[in-house]
Design a protein around this ligand. Structure first.
Ligand SMILES: [Fe+2]
Length: 352
């Protein structure tokens, strides 16, 4: 066994020497008052909640932030991984972490009570912390209607009028996976081909770029996550984003029917979690009233815990009627969604 661990340690050293030793040096497994977080979420976004946790419990947190590759890093570090908690946005990434075996089951009564069942893994490997809806950003000037459905995006009346980011981005994969859950594979393929035919330009840029494109008159409607509108409208660092967001009205698709597609940001307990007890305390804390309020106010996301109010800005968008589809079903359909994006050539744009 010892030999096995040494081999793992050597491999981990080879693959991720700096980060591995940096973390190992400052957070030995015996130390009980620290939680090591591997995060795809920007440290600035999660710092307020982590600071509040430390203030209440005396347990410190340390973050390793990366834009990709954290699951592979944890896998390479093996049984000696310093990772306790994984924080990320999007169900696809949470499900991927479970699939490659870098998470472990958690059955905690506080976490279970705070997170509705559709927003957590039935086997306890991942948990939603916040919700965001994938809505339509519609031009105030050029779109008269105040309601819309995802289905309608394939209607020829929108020809040349829609902008989106890449179909392969996890945010769009989540939406397309939900369409597969509701309508089946064949129907969704036809629908996606219809949306592609309505695109104004080849998919490019992030969600904020889509808002800019609507503002600039390149397209009349776009797809984007709710919090971006709030972040742009309050962006004092780049005030031009306020104009982009103010040129748009938020339409919640399928609001009068099954509800608008929602995705999550969430967390998982790392497979080997050297500070398991402290990690579970943090995970429970993040689902509680105080942290959920902070998520709502600072990030303009929807709290996952019932009864916690949204920010004033998010409330101004109108009432979210969330599609109750379990996120695990979206996770199951994500590979098929990605295949359909390729099959219809979505990212090639409207003219191919
Ligand atoms: Fe985002």
């Amino acid at each position: 066994m010892l030999q096995f661990l040494e081999a793992r340690a050597r491999r981990a050293f080879f693959l991720v020497p700096f980060a591995y030793f940096a973390m190992a040096a400052i957070s030995a497994a015996g130390e009980a008052d620290v939680v090591n977080i591997y995060s795809y979420r920007q440290p600035d976004l999660i710092r307020p909640m982590l600071d509040a946790f430390t203030k209440e419990t005396g347990i410190r947190t340390q973050i390793i932030f990366a834009e990709k590759g954290l699951e592979e890093r944890i896998r390479a570090e093996g049984a000696l991984s310093p990772a306790d908690v994984i924080l990320t946005s999007d169900i696809s990434r949470l499900a991927a972490a479970k699939d490659i075996g870098v998470t472990q089951r958690l059955d905690d009564p506080v976490v279970r009570a705070n997170i509705p069942p559709q927003y957590r893994d039935e086997e306890g490997h991942w948990f939603g912390l916040t919700l965001r809806s994938r809505v339509v950003f519609a031009s105030r000037e050029r779109v008269a209607q105040d309601t819309i459905t995802y289905e309608e995006l394939a209607d020829p009346k929108w020809k040349g009028r829609i902008c989106t980011r890449s179909g392969q981005h996890v945010y769009n994969i989540g939406l397309i996976a939900s369409m597969i859950a509701h309508h089946g594979e064949d129907w969704t393929e036809t629908w996606l081909g219809g949306v592609k035919a309505n695109l104004a330009v080849k998919p490019t840029g992030n969600d904020r770029a889509q808002a800019k494109a609507v503002y600039a008159g390149q397209c009349d409607i776009a797809l984007g996550n709710t919090y971006y509108i709030a972040l742009m409208r309050t962006n004092d660092k780049e005030p031009k984003q306020k104009a982009w967001a103010n040129s748009i009205k938020v339409l919640f698709p399928n609001a009068d029917g099954r509800g608008s597609h929602v995705n999550i940001s969430g967390m998982a307990l790392a497979a080997h979690a050297p500070h398991r007890d402290a990690a579970v305390k943090l995970m429970a804390y993040l689902t509680g009233e105080a942290a959920q309020k902070l998520y709502a106010e600072t990030n303009h996301e929807y709290p996952v815990k019932a009864g916690v109010p949204v920010s004033e800005m998010v409330a101004s968008f109108g009432q979210l009627n969330a599609d109750p589809l379990p996120l695990s079903e979206i996770a199951r359909n994500r590979r098929m969604a990605s295949e359909l994006v390729d099959r219809v050539g979505y990212d090639d744009g409207p003219s191919s």
